[in-house]
Design a protein around this ligand. Structure first.
Ligand code: UD1
Length: 344
């Protein structure tokens, strides 16, 4: 069964390609290499024994999208990761975000709407909840006004899919709202490769560990949490990848109750920034250089998922512990930087 994965050379995309191939799916990747590299194909091949098909297409080019689907009429499912994801950049360049994250989604759906039956998985985010009033966050928690154009593209993206599903019976879609993805494939053949200074916590920690960054700034230590730092739900990228396969299978087998569904993907457990640092120190055997600084604008205090719906309906559950996830992130960082671990 042939599946299109857009953004399939990126962080979550590449791990999902591995999970799909391990499950027997034939994968075609579309990626424009704007935040990824073709070398990722070799990493995927080393893990699965098979190089997926790859087309270097920019989804903003509508004619390329049209001709792609003409060449691949047998695609039965689409997992759409391709998007920009830097919150700060989206504030300074909103139109680039709306063009890339919304325009391309519309082009894809336009090509899919003429098919008799088609299945679509959308890469969404817990950012749609903002600071939720209750923990853990269920899928019924209200969607709060977006804090950034990036966040808005996820909200609007979900709305576009929902509206399209209302009028197109053959279109079946699931939005997956990720909490905080982290880690790498345990083989360390693929992982996260942020360009420039990482904005996210875990790559910043591991880059500090190998000496690429001087020290981590912990954004805020006076939050109303037990240790004063923010709480998030860190989920291993392979657990996340497997959830995509299960969601896709649900649609392919027609088990979905409605033609548009939403699921949270998290572990259900919240960890503070200091707990994440401690996890790093445990798995690396090294102390991390860090300092407490002011709060970062736009950060919510606490966010962790209720995983009930994904557990019950998709039959999915995160299996990797924070330490195992951190170990995979650290192994990957050491490998790509050619860093020899020295235990102190
Ligand atoms: C961020 C985005 C979110 C997006 C997700 C993608 C914001 C406000 N939110 O989530 O919309 O879906 O990335 O992965 O940017 N931290 C530090 N020092 C650092 C970096 C982070 O203390 O150098 C702290 C943050 O304050 C936060 C936690 O670590 O408490 C996690 O931060 P991060 O990895 O950036 O993820 P989110 O902000 O939760």
């Amino acid at each position: 069964m042939k599946v299109l994965v857009t953004g399939g050379l990126g962080f979550i995309g590449s791990h999902t390609v591995v999970a799909l191939q391990n499950d027997g799916f034939e994968v075609v990747i579309i990626d424009n290499l704007s935040n990824s590299s073709e070398d990722v194909l070799d990493g995927i091949a080393k893990i699965t024994g098979e190089k997926p098909l790859f087309e270097n297409i920019d989804l903003r080019d509508k004619s390329s999208v049209i001709s792609f689907f003409k060449r691949h009429p047998d695609i039965e499912g689409v997992i759409h990761f391709a998007a920009y994801k830097a919150v700060g950049e989206s504030v300074t360049n909103p139109l680039a975000y709306y063009e890339n994250n919304i325009g391309t989604l519309v082009y894809l759906l336009q090509e899919l709407q003429d098919k008799k039956r088609t299945n679509f998985i959308f890469s969404s985010s817990c950012t749609v909840y903002g600071q939720a009033d209750e923990m853990p966050i269920t899928e019924n928690a209200p969607v709060k006004p977006a804090e950034s154009p990036y966040g808005n593209t996820k909200q609007v993206g979900e709305e576009i899919i929902k509206d399209t599903c209302k009028v197109k019976e053959g279109l079946n879609a699931i939005s997956l709202r990720y909490f905080n993805p982290m880690g790498a494939h345990p083989s360390a053949e693929i992982g996260e490769l942020p360009i420039g200074v990482p904005q996210n916590l875990v790559p910043f920690i591991t880059q500090t560990g190998v000496g690429l960054r001087e020290s981590l700034s912990v954004f805020g230590h006076d939050y109303p949490t037990e240790d004063g730092t923010c709480i998030r739900d860190y989920i291993h990228v392979m657990d996340l990848a497997k959830a995509h396969v299960m969601a896709l299978k649900r649609l392919l087998s027609g088990e979905n109750n409605k033609n548009y569904e939403v699921y949270n993907l998290g572990t259900g457990k919240g960890s503070s920034v200091l707990e994440v640092i401690q996890s790093y120190e445990r798995v690396s055997g090294k102390k991390l250089d860090y300092k407490m600084v002011d709060r970062r604008l736009g950060d919510v205090i606490t966010a962790y998922a209720s995983t009930n719906k994904a557990n019950k309906v998709l039959g999915w559950q995160a299996e990797t512990t924070l330490d195992q996830a951190m170990k995979s992130a650290w192994d990957w960082e050491c490998k790509i930087r050619n860093y020899q671990e020295v235990h102190v």
